[in-house]
Design a protein around this ligand. Structure first.
Ligand code: UT7
Length: 332
């Protein structure tokens, strides 16, 4: 990788992709004992997107990445690094980022996955920004992609109604003297909650057996109420920490792009930060929880529809399995 004069990075372009197929709450209520009313009231979700048969996480990442590269005016061959936040890669080995690199025609450049679940995109943003800051990369592609529909237990109403498939991406380049830049990132993990949200089987601890598959040990298990409580507290604190590092108060933030896990979590964070909900970019009603993809999908949507303008200060915060959580403040 090239050695450069250190500088902060800026987001030069964003992109997103969601599959065409829509799965509504009513569709789900025909599969499991749930209702549109319960899902909307408890989560804010109305529908989510589901990948088509044969579609891979790397295909969704490719679509989002191409869109972000076009918006940034960067060629795939110019990338110095690819970081993919995902826990639903095409296969256990190799990294989704390696497959994406090949499909993009990029490289050879470092390409690796970050398994920080819902915080994966913000982790990737922080890593990419660090490499640009230390002068060892000029153009970094950061992707959040999840194909969670393939790792959900469709008989478990406590999880299958929550998640959706999708991908989002951003391209980081060195910031100019004035203008946009990544102002601050903060990363955290508390492994004491490792079994509050996890896929127990299919790893080296519990290789899959026919019995394990029958018991859905290869699917997502979650104690939602455990996560809910810490999510509100930790997301609020992480947001404050990143804002402090950036030298901003909550009131100076133009937009908050939060992880879209639950509208009630978002509302409670908004109230603790004393920010109106209309300053939050919210799309959970249409896409559900797309884990690491949720922030870059919402970011891209708000950039493209003109809500987020150059010069705006944007706060991002996410929390998920690990538990891992993260925050970032970016001037666009
Ligand atoms: O992005 C990764 C991080 N994950 C999160 O941030 C998720 C955080 N947690 C949550 O968003 C919420 O805890 C959930 C949406 C998952 C659940 O909402 P809740 O208000 O915490 O409900 P609960 O788990 O306490 O369950 C309340 C009731 C239970 O019934 P009983 O025991 O009171 O009779 C559940 O069995 O709701 C029942 N329930 C459902 N009912 C209808 C759980 N899921 C469903 C469902 N439809 N889909």
């Amino acid at each position: 990788m090239p050695s450069l004069q250190p500088t902060a990075s800026r987001i030069a372009g964003t992109g997103a992709y969601v599959p065409e197929t829509v799965l509504t709450n009513d569709d789900l209520s025909r599969r499991v004992d749930t209702s549109d009313e319960w899902i909307r009231e408890r989560t804010g979700i109305r529908e989510r997107r589901i990948a088509r048969d044969g579609e891979a996480a790397s295909d969704m990442a490719l679509a989002a990445a191409r869109s972000a590269l076009a918006a940034a005016g960067v060629q795939a061959s110019e990338l110095d690094m690819i970081v993919v936040g995902t826990i639903s890669a095409d296969m256990p080995l190799p990294a989704c980022a390696a497959i994406l690199q090949q499909k993009l025609g990029a490289g050879p450049c470092p390409a690796f996955d970050v398994a920080a679940a819902c915080a994966g995109f913000v982790y990737g943003l922080s890593i990419g920004d660090s490499f640009v800051r230390q002068g060892s990369a000029r153009r970094v592609l950061v992707v959040g992609v999840e194909l969670l529909s393939r790792v959900l237990n469709w008989a478990d109403r406590t999880t299958c109604v929550l998640f959706g498939d999708g991908a989002g991406a951003a391209v980081l380049v060195p910031a100019e003297e004035s203008g946009g830049r990544v102002l601050a990132t903060r990363l955290y993990t508390d492994g004491n909650f490792a079994r509050s949200l996890y896929i127990p089987g299919g790893g080296s601890l519990e290789p899959l057996t026919p019995e394990g598959i029958a018991a859905a040990r290869d699917k997502v298990h979650m104690i939602g109420s455990d996560i809910f409580k810490v999510a509100v507290r930790n997301l609020t604190q992480a947001s404050r920490d990143a804002l402090e590092l950036a030298g901003l108060t909550p009131g100076e933030v133009d937009w908050v792009v939060p992880h879209q896990a639950n509208l009630r979590i978002i509302s409670q964070v908004a109230s603790r930060l004393e920010l109106p909900l209309d300053r939050f970019v919210i799309d959970i009603d249409r896409y559900g929880n797309t884990s690491s993809a949720s922030i870059p999908i919402a970011l891209d949507e708000a950039v493209r529809d003109g809500r987020i303008q150059p010069g705006h200060s944007v706060l991002m915060c996410a929390l998920g399995a690990g538990i891992s959580w993260a925050s970032a403040v970016v001037r666009m």
